[in-house]
Write a protein that binds this ligand. Structure first.
Ligand SMILES: Nc1ncnc2c1ncn2[C@@H]1O[C@H](COP(=O)(O)OP(=O)(O)O)[C@@H](O)[C@H]1O
Ligand SMILES: [Mg+2]
Length: 408
């Protein structure tokens, strides 16, 4: 009730956008291609060393920049990124703070920067592993199109997020489907990319098994996981959904419960349904070629014109962000210039006063000279009078020049 983060954690539709969970799933629940598993083990070792160095050895108290560790789990949907984030938190004995970024961003439009900061604060307080799921919008290159307000907003949020990331002392995991097209700023801060490849037949066979209960799930004698694995080049997520559909079908058979079995045709039908649902949606994030080898997409392909254009767009986008930053800084600089202008009248006033003083003194001196000239002329000393007259004229010219300077 008295949880200040309550509003933060709930969307307007009451679906949880940020959720702190005690992780249950472990690396035993996930079947990964050997390379992905190696990368994850390496990541875990890095996190443990980091913990040792910065917390137990106290170096975190002496150095306050770059304390956190950030990872990007990149790969097609359903390849186990979410489970692995959970397994990492489990291995560390910490909570997992899951942020469903895509929804969060749209629901918090207008105030998202602040909310992103609150999420980081909450994770730091709970010492939770922070997990940005569906984080493509963070990782993707910032758009150059300046006409949409939403686009600007998103850029702003990404800027806030990248800044928070610099200061966050803990572990952050991003999950992204868009393997290519990373924002250079995101790349700079997240150097640890772990690739979640589609499982091979070997892994798929084990995934089919891991989705069932070892003892309790009743299976028909005809079930052949090897055949299923070879027939369907599906992701772990697809296999999970197919298993659930198959179980539904088997449970609906009109026979007594103790005679119900999940049979091969249930699994086949389940997988066919999953596949047709996918083709209806037709929204694989990778092209067909890339689906077979998603990492080719990551490597950037063969330097096509499209790539070049994209690179240029990206450079432009970075430039636009710089210009935006400069524009944001302008009001402050204008303020400083105004301050300088503010003191100017005072200084001009002081200058005027001293010039007036100088003029008065000169006029006084000219009057004296004039008097002396007159006296000299009256006394019949012509030459002396002439010289004095010239001096008086020069002095008056100087006064005139001073007055002119004042007018400028
Ligand atoms: N490599 C895997 N091993 C075992 N199960 C998997 C694997 N990948 C996906 N699954 C199953 O699919 C579900 C969805 O996977 P998830 O981790 O959410 O994928 P992602 O986050 O990559 O989209 C998981 O809960 C799990 O049941
Ligand atoms: Mg996921």
């Amino acid at each position: 009730m008295a949880n200040p983060f309550r509003d933060l954690f709930m969307g307007t539709n009451a679906r949880t956008l940020v959720e702190a969970l005690v992780p249950r799933r472990t690396f035993a629940d996930v079947v990964l291609p050997p390379e992905t598993r190696r990368s994850l083990e390496h990541a875990l070792a890095q996190i443990r060393n980091h913990d040792l160095i910065f917390r137990r050895w106290g170096l975190g108290e002496r150095h306050d920049a770059g304390l956190g560790l950030a990872f990007n789990f990149a790969g097609p949907p359903g390849t186990g990124k979410t489970i692995c984030a959970e397994a990492i938190a489990h291995a560390l004995g910490r909570r997992l703070l899951v942020v469903r970024y895509a929804e969060l961003e749209s629901q918090w439009a207008g105030a998202t920067g602040k909310n992103v900061s609150a999420v980081f604060r909450s994770a730091a307080e709970q010492e939770a592993v922070l997990f940005f799921d569906e984080a493509d919008a963070i990782a993707a290159r910032r758009s150059v199109t300046m006409d949409g307000g939403y686009q600007r907003e998103a850029n702003l949020v990404v800027n806030v997020l990248l800044r928070e990331l610099d200061e966050f002392p803990g572990v952050v995991v991003f999950a992204t489907n868009l393997a290519a097209n990373f924002d250079p700023a995101f790349e700079r801060r997240i150097r640890n990319h772990i690739l979640f490849a589609m499982p091979g037949a070997e892994e798929r066979e084990r995934i089919w098994r891991v989705q069932l209960h070892g003892e309790k799930t009743p299976l028909g004698e005809d079930v052949d996981f090897r055949a299923l694995a070879e027939l369907y080049p599906a992701s772990g997520g697809d296999i999970k959904n197919a298993v659930l559909k198959a179980a539904q079908m088997a449970a609906s058979e009109p026979v007594p419960d103790d005679q119900k079995r999940i049979r091969q045709h249930h699994f086949d039908e389940g997988m066919r349904q999953v596949q047709s649902a996918r083709s209806v949606m037709g929204q694989s994030l990778f092209g067909d070629a890339a689906a077979a080898d998603p990492w080719a997409a990551l490597a950037g392909g063969a330097g096509s014109v499209a790539d070049e254009v994209r690179d240029e767009m990206s450079a432009l986008a970075a430039r636009v962000v710089e210009v935006e930053d400069a524009l944001a800084a302008l009001p402050e600089r204008l303020g400083r210039v105004e301050g300088t202008l503010g003191v100017l009248p005072d200084r001009v006033g002081r200058l005027e006063a001293s010039q007036a003083e100088a003029s008065a003194a000169l006029v006084g001196r000219a009057a004296e000279l004039e008097a002396a000239t007159r006296a000299a002329v009256e006394a019949g000393r012509g030459r002396e009078g002439l010289a004095l007259g010239l001096a008086a004229a020069a002095l008056l010219a100087a006064v005139a020049a001073l007055a002119a300077a004042l007018l400028v």
